[in-house]
Design a protein around this ligand. Sequence first.
Ligand code: TYD
Length: 133
Amino acid sequence: MDIQIIDIPKIKNANGNIGVIENDVVPFDIKRVYYLYDVPSSAKRGGHAHKKLQQLLVALSGSFDVVLKDGTGKQIITLNKPDKALLITSNIWRELENFSSGAVCMVIASEVYEEEDYIRDYESFLEYVKINK
Ligand code: TYD
């Protein structure tokens, strides 16, 4: 699986850093930003794929694991740095788990929210990737 981690440019300062995400570091036009917070450590989020939407995930605070499946392989990526973004392209099944206390997952997405773009059933996802290879 072709997993891409993108470095988020930062402005370093003894009084704290600034991470800056402009369109030129993102491989799509940004249409939406949302974030997960107050996630219980036992919770599993995600559990779906997208037909069209691409997204970048950033652990703004704390850490969590992202389980990625493309229909043949599986990878687990731990996100725990606010200057690293994980790119998830379309047609990838993702699950987010092992959230640390206080973890915040920011998501930068290529599309506005559209339920029709989700594949929420794993068997349907496997069928979908087989047909859309
Ligand atoms: P979902 O994307 O399934 O959450 P996660 O992948 O983090 O587990 O979304 C959970 C619910 O929130 C679902 O009913 C759709 C709704 N939702 C919106 O209405 N707008 C949004 O931008 C997002 C991300 C979710």
